[in-house]
Design a protein around this ligand. Structure first.
Ligand SMILES: NC(=O)c1ccc[n+]([C@@H]2O[C@H](COP(=O)([O-])OP(=O)(O)OC[C@H]3O[C@@H](n4cnc5c(N)ncnc54)[C@H](OP(=O)(O)O)[C@@H]3O)[C@@H](O)[C@H]2O)c1
Length: 339
């Protein structure tokens, strides 16, 4: 692997310039098996060396531990790092499975201060609403987020898992730089209304779980292969009959990969790179998650991979054949509010 760095692109019309691939830091603290702090920190450093500048965390990852983990790295490279974090998902100490969604303006103000403290920084570059609570008017929540920009605590705003109409409503209150939603060869619901709205408004797409949480990359073929505490054991797409059928759907990705001497992960990421032109978007910046340098380097190889029209056509029908929902409980996803 050469040390040439990746190209840059802008998030939103006046958002930050970022490397065309970001890094998802979630798995470095929780959800996807054992963590290794030393390798995680080395992965962050290597990412920056290779031109990755968008680093993605959230207050909910490890209940704050992920923000604390990346804080010293961010502070050591404050001018180069574009720091993205999120609020809105609440956990309860007495129930590890509980997830509440809170969009109250008072909660937004409290959450940002807690994130700033854990990260040890004065300002967050990109602050996302992680999930939408339909009981709180969107204009009130985004209004509270806009006040954080005015107060200098946050530079740019983002949303996660919202529909096209919600993105438009929010953007009318304050410019939205990025929409972070699940988008991959397997998961294309975001194309229904959010992607067309983002294209029209100049909002960048930041696809999360671009590797289908590792499934598209062949990291596992059935959640039963994963550690007992692994979050993916609860996801319907990766268990039982669904997993068996879905594992076969990875074959076209592998076939395209073989044609290029590439890996399935690289093809899955290259497919997303082609979405920019396909949907008239200003930018698509996937944030594959990894805990290790070898995979980071592999994933960055995707930025040099261009797929042919025939190859894109082979991958086109895959998502329609996927069995099982993205989450066991879809109630707080954008899909639940699509009309
Ligand atoms: N907004 C939201 O609601 C939301 C939801 C989920 C995630 N996110 C964000 O998006 C980021 C990425 O999503 P994600 O981590 O869920 O899923 P992902 O990027 O699709 O997949 C991550 C998984 O794939 C494995 N992996 C990475 N590169 C690989 C490769 N080249 N070959 C084989 N396996 C590979 C990783 O394992 P290793 O660590 O062992 O490499 C990890 O288990 C997260 O880190 C988080 O920041 C946001």
């Amino acid at each position: 692997m050469s040390d040439s760095t990746i190209e840059t692109t802008r998030l939103g019309t006046d958002g930050p310039l970022v490397g065309v691939q970001g890094l998802g830091c979630m798995g470095m603290s929780e959800f996807y098996g054992p963590t290794d702090t030393g390798e995680a920190l080395a992965t962050l450093e290597r990412a920056l060396e290779l031109g990755v500048t968008l680093f993605d965390t959230a207050d909910v990852y490890g209940s704050g531990a992920n923000e604390e983990l990346i804080g010293p790295f961010v502070r050591a490279h404050r001018e180069q790092v574009v720091l993205a974090t999120k609020f809105a998902i609440e956990r309860r100490a007495d129930d590890p499975h509980h997830r509440g969604v809170n969009n109250d303006p008072a909660y937004v103000r409290k959450a940002v201060d807690a994130s700033l403290r854990r990260l040890g920084v004065d300002v967050i570059d990109l602050y996302y609403m992680h999930r939408r609570d339909p009981d709180v008017p969107l204009a009130e929540s985004v209004g509270a987020m806009a006040e954080l920009v005015a107060a200098g605590k946050v530079r740019h705003l983002g949303l996660s898992e919202v529909t096209g109409p919600e993105l438009r409503e929010a953007h009318a209150v304050h410019p939205i730089a990025a929409l972070q939603s699940e988008w991959s060869v397997f998961a294309r619901g975001v194309e229904r209304s959010a992607v067309p709205a983002a294209a029209e408004l100049g909002v960048a797409l930041v696809p999360y779980s671009p590797l289908g949480r590792g499934f598209l990359a062949g990291a596992f073929a059935d959640a039963g292969q994963l550690d007992a505490g692994d979050y993916r054991r609860h996801l319907p797409q990766f268990t039982g009959q669904n997993a068996a059928g879905n594992a076969e759907l990875v074959a076209p990705i592998r076939k395209v990969a073989e044609q290029h001497g590439a890996t399935a992960a690289q093809v899955a990421l290259a497919w997303l790179q082609h979405r920019t032109a396909a949907h008239g978007l200003t930018a698509v910046v996937p944030i594959p998650g990894t805990r290790r340098r070898t995979r980071l380097e592999e994933n960055l190889g995707a930025t040099r991979l261009v797929l042919t029209e025939e190859e894109l056509a082979e991958l086109e029908p895959v998502s329609a054949r996927v069995s099982g929902s993205r989450y066991a409980d879809m109630s707080s996803t954008a899909d639940a509010r699509e009309v």
